[in-house]
Design a protein around this ligand. Sequence first.
Ligand SMILES: [Zn+2]
Ligand SMILES: [Zn+2]
Length: 822
Amino acid sequence: MQDVTSAASVSAGRGREPGPAPVPAAAPGDLLRQLRQRHATDPVTHVERVPSRAGTPAPWPGWAPEELRTAYARRGVSAPWRHQAEAAELAHDRRHVVVATGTASGKSLAYHLPALATLLADARATVLYLAPTKALAADQLRAVAELEIEGVRPACYDGDTPRAEREWIRRHSRFVLTNPDMLHHGILPGHAQWSGFLRRLRYVVIDECHVYRGVFGSHVSHVLRRLRRQCARYGNTAGPTFVLASATSGDPAATAGRLVGLPVTAVTEDTSPRAGVTFALWEPPLLPAAEPPASSPSASAPAPRRDPDLPRSGVAPPDPTLDAEVADLTQVRRSALRETADLLADSVAAGVRTLAFVRSRRGAEVVATSARRSLDEAVPGLGDRVAAYRGGYLREERRALERALLHGDLLGLASTNALELGVDLVGLDAVLICGYPGTRASLWQQAGRAGRSGQEALAVLVARDDPLDTYLVHHPEALFGTPVEATVLDPANPYVLGPQLACAAAEAPLTVADLELFGDSAKETVEALVEAGALRQRPTGWYWRHRERPEVDLRGEGGAPVCVVEAATGRLLGTVDGGSSHFLLHPGAVYLHQGVSYVVDSLDLADGCALVHPEEPDWSTHARDVTSLSVVSVRSYVDAGPVGLFLGEVDVTSQVVSYQRRRIATGEVIDTRPLDLPTRELRTVAVWFTLSPESLTSAGVDPADVPGALHAAEHAAIGLLPLLATCDRWDIGGLSTAVHPDTEAPTVFVYDGHPGGAGFAERAYGTAAAWLKATRDAIDECGCETGCPSCVQSPKCGNGNNPLSKPGAVRVLDVVLNNLPR
Ligand SMILES: [Zn+2]
Ligand SMILES: [Zn+2]
């Protein structure tokens, strides 16, 4: 081991002069061999060698002007890769196209090429570029500006653009970069000022289009329809050509087509070069059997028959990596955090430059601190070469960090996903991913951080105790094979369509011809708006009746968000959407904000404000609720003998009635305190299955076990849905019961946690066999005895994970799968 000096100051942002050169890294295979010797049983469930790939270049398309080729040559690009040329060719042909290839495969050239060639060929043509964030638009602006193409005058137009510049941009820029929110709030309402731009609009580029999912995606799909409508109104009869860039996903053409409302061709074969990587899937070992913690529910709370597992409307849990430590889940496996910390320490000790991705800030700190401690125990001072990176640093601080890693002052870094944006790291040898980051795109983005030129790198996915992670480490084909996870959105959601039609009518009266653009249910929705007094029907169309424009937030959830305010200082800590506020911000709730703990003093629902004070009690709080669900209508169903599968509308009524305080260390219940909060209603879309009681009996499920079996199946099914639809388990709710009044049978419901639905339940219905098979396998393949957070326990269970029957759940799902047509 070499002598090392302190690099701890780097994490505080002060750069240092280059230190000692790093030890030559071990080959990925050697490092992996070393790492997996850590436990008596091999934690590695699969090793995938992803070979390096040479790029496949293609000639520049004949129409690509010399000026553009020269500009690219100046930037070191001598020819496009084949997929770039293919997509550019389609777009140039005025075909709508989506490029769905890997991270860093050069998607921007695929849209810059046709867009800029058109701007050069037609001195009046314009291009609109949409990014989900301002930061990405600013990056793209730099990229376009650096090409120095005359007469294009690229400019960002967003909330930060000074008033004085706006008019200039509207008149003179031919390449406007913005985001969907600005298009919705600024450009479309002010369409008259943009008439020239819209009339000559040739291309609309939609970058990172996989971000437009769920309710947000459904809103954006209508904003794009409103854009097409305004283009047509100003005489742009051909309409703009849409070029979309997406992360790899299942069925990108269909998703992109749904988003823009037009047929879209997909280009999916990635022909860019790539470094080789050895990818290991790692399942932390089971802990030696111990006495279960004393967390038995209080006698006053008998196990209810129904189980509500309410969604939290898209809000992530405060600190997902610490689920097992804060919820009363029986910890059965070694925690992913601890495992990652050990792997980081081992890699650093081997002289390997390693980056560990952890989902929360606090988790990143736990990993870094714990790795530092064990390194210092081995070699005093070695721990200084590990740091935590929490995002939010200044530009110079980030640069100092990059330098420290490049020079080897720093060998190990634990980071939240903040690193995906903003820091340019090269020359890393290994990446540790603590918990599946939610989508394949993020997984590869993180894994792609490893690998210096010409050298193989190592990536390790450490499974968290979550059914999806369990499934993935046992089913490598889901990570390395054809993608099955699709981005879903639902333009027909009436809670999105209504407000969007109101916006469209406020921009210009709606005509019968317009309605077609907005889908089959537009007519019906417009009539409802007339009924509600929002629109007035005249012979020439439907008119918005009010002076003010409709207030529609693309990212909103219906209910206004609740502000979290520190009482002593008046500082706004953040917002929580209305739907989650009852759970997270009830009086007495422990609320985590960026790793800091607060306790809620009061929740004022009328004012949309919760007052909190900083406090770190040694207990956590867990809201309990009472939920009922009634079926409103059935949209579609499959009759499979003893099993029925349904998709339809449901009304979910829930009320948070109490909360438990539990000791963090032991999970022991301190007390249960009542709450006085109003009930809430949610009309949404659900998928559900029913089974006949006889089929359960003959499958060996004891009648007494039916509630627990259904409940366990429901938890795991919610956990596995993100495998097929890009959503978070927090976007979905569930309810299971041994007899439901509307189905008169044992039933498991899984519903979208958004008013009107977001497409998740619909996707689950459409892929039910694959979804429930994966659910069954995740439960069955978990090595625990009676159920654990890696299979059937849920961190957001409103019933304290009681009752649950792991073997029963497998039997329930077997009955469903044996009867459901494939
Ligand atoms: Zn388990
Ligand atoms: Zn539950």
